[in-house]
Ligand binder design. Structure first.
Ligand SMILES: Cc1cc2nc3c(=O)[nH]c(=O)nc-3n(C[C@H](O)[C@H](O)[C@H](O)COP(=O)(O)OP(=O)(O)OC[C@H]3O[C@@H](n4cnc5c(N)ncnc54)[C@H](O)[C@@H]3O)c2cc1C
Length: 505
């Protein structure tokens, strides 16, 4: 049976490791810090799937296609929606205790879903419940787990991936060979000044795959969540709070989303995020206000116990007063290009979870589809891993664009990059609204920065952030339209087909 090296300990990596080990593969899993640390454990709202009698895979499909702004891949969305319910039932078998009421699984409604189909655990602690169940399961399987072990680069021979270069827990650089490598390294929210993502989300897998010659795509599609609490660390205030009835108002009390979209607070995420962003700009940068008072203290505490704690710790009593919110970078729709079985364009290299670009989200992810995507495609990856590795034969890898080559040449002579400056630059120039002038100026600044010599985790992350920032800015410049999460103030909005929302619950 093939040997498999899995990089990442979130839902995508753990799921792949568990299933590959069950199938008889020899599995090693490495994670950058502690096994449980990553975006998965912070997921609040839940996981979307057509599990209820008033719902169907077809309806979930239609909602996902509509949110994707014309760019979601129909074949991939169909797989997601049809296989999704079985994966949620697998999660229950793995030990996730989803919340229940007298009718069975309790369910929530989130933006741009035409049915309440989001199942959750611990109220707003779905990700923590999933992570805990999968960590416990992986510990019971024959998976060799190495914590505090960081992927630096992929080992490529004869055009195929044969392993990885790692920074181990003692700070030594080591090579690890495997028949297949699975990247499950999560997102890259740390590219931006404000993000809901944890510190490990520095896009390492995408940067390493790109350096190795794998195709990456859609990096310009970064989802900004509309409602992060406007305090240091910008913790997420789940969309499920708006699903339960909370509304957004400006400083004067105007409910600005009611004017912007028929679905108001439950419009697609990009619409809500930009409305919040523009409202903040109109009021001199002051945060928008999320009013959840109508839900009452009891509901807030019972349905959202984790958020209730976060909000109260920040000094707000949201049962009595509105809370200040701001958009923050939340999710990477783009990443490493994969097929329906999570195969990248490089032989023996797979990618699953947020680091992969399956095409399922198009230009805008539908809320609570990302945990589902990770589960569905990790399951498919685990099956595909059973195939014998491809004997590497030289294949042409996509040559880097002249721009990237030029910027690399300049980087050698440039000044050392500063992570804080990079994050501010990305927020200002490649954030919720972009323009050619701003992006060109950012590209030139980024080209003048030199990546650090890789010696430790921080310098390796900085190298990856610089690589991804350059690629993201280049992709945002190249896409000369406004579509989904990619809003160019100097380019017209692309017309997309109307969404089938009239039956919204
Ligand atoms: C606050 C928050 C709330 C969210 N809420 C929801 C929700 O309600 N529903 C939903 O569907 N989605 C939600 N999302 C998105 C969802 O949680 C993520 O997309 C998903 O968990 C990603 O899973 P993953 O396994 O791909 O990555 P992660 O869970 O981020 O795991 C990545 C793993 O890779 C490791 N890693 C990274 N780089 C390296 C490296 N170089 N070497 C070794 N290991 C590395 C990390 O340490 C980590 O173990 C939320 C995200 C956030 C941040």
């Amino acid at each position: 049976m093939p040997s498999v090296l899995v990089v990442g300990g979130g839902i995508a990596g753990l799921w792949t490791a568990v299933r590959a080990a069950e199938a008889g593969c020899t599995v090693e899993l490495v994670t950058k810090t502690e096994l449980a640390e990553g975006s998965t454990r912070y997921a609040q709202g839940g996981i979307a799937a057509a599990l209820f009698p008033d719902d169907s895979a077809e309806r979930h499909y239609a909602d996902t296609i509509a949110a994707g702004a014309g760019l979601a891949d129909p074949a991939v969305v169909r797989v997601l929606c049809e296989e999704g319910p079985a994966r949620v039932r697998d999660l229950i078998r793995f030990g996730v205790g989803f919340d229940r009421d007298e009718s069975g699984l309790e369910r929530g409604l989130e933006a741009a879903h035409s049915r309440a189909r989001i199942v959750h655990a611990g109220g707003d602690a779905t990700g923590a419940a999933i992570e805990a169940a999968l960590v416990a399961t992986v510990r019971r399987r024959t998976v060799a787990v190495h914590e505090r072990t960081m992927l630096l680069d992929l080992l490529v021979e004869g055009g195929g991936v044969v392993g990885a270069v790692l920074l181990d827990a003692d700070g030594a650089v080591v090579e690890r060979r495997a028949d297949h490598v699975v990247l499950a390294t999560g997102g890259a929210g740390q590219l931006y000044l404000h993000t809901t993502n944890p510190a490990v989300a520095t896009g390492d897998g995408v940067a390493a795959a790109a350096r190795a010659g794998a195709a990456v795509a859609d990096l310009e599609f970064v989802q900004f969540h509309p409602t992060a609490l406007a305090v240091p660390g910008t913790p997420l205030i789940s969309e499920a709070v708006r699903g339960e009835g909370a509304v957004l108002r400006d400083a004067s009390g105007r409910r600005f989303l009611a004017e912007a979209h028929p679905l108001a607070e439950l419009a697609p995420r990009d619409v809500v995020a930009r409305a919040v962003w523009r409202t903040m700009a109109e009021q001199g940068g002051a945060p928008a206000l999320l009013h959840a008072t109508a839900l009452g203290g009891d509901v807030l505490a019972r349905r959202f116990p984790g958020l209730d704690r976060i909000v109260r710790d920040a000094g707000f009593d949201w049962s009595r007063e509105p809370i200040p919110v701001t958009p923050a970078a939340h999710y990477a729709m783009g990443g490493i290009v994969v097929d329906l079985d999570a195969r990248t364009t490089l032989p023996n290299l797979f990618a699953v979870g947020e680091c992969a670009r399956t095409g399922v989200h198009g230009a805008n992810r539908l809320a609570s589809n990302s945990l589902l995507e990770a589960a569905v495609f990790a399951e498919r990856a685990a099956r595909a891993l059973l195939a014998a590795p491809t004997v590497p034969t030289p294949v042409p890898t996509s040559p880097e664009s002249p721009d990237v080559d030029r910027s690399r040449a300049r980087r050698e002579a440039g000044r050392a990059m500063d992570r804080g400056a990079l994050r501010t630059l990305m927020w200002d120039a490649a954030g919720l609204e972009r323009s050619a002038a701003g992006l060109e100026a950012a590209a030139s600044v980024l080209a003048g920065w030199r990546a650090p010599e890789v010696g430790d985790r921080a310098s390796a992350e900085d190298r990856n952030l610089l690589e991804l920032a350059r690629r993201t800015v280049a992709a945002a410049l190249a896409r000369r339209e406004s579509v989904g999460a990619h809003c160019r103030t100097d380019e017209p909005a692309t017309q997309i087909p109307p969404a089938p929302y009239e039956e919204a619950a």
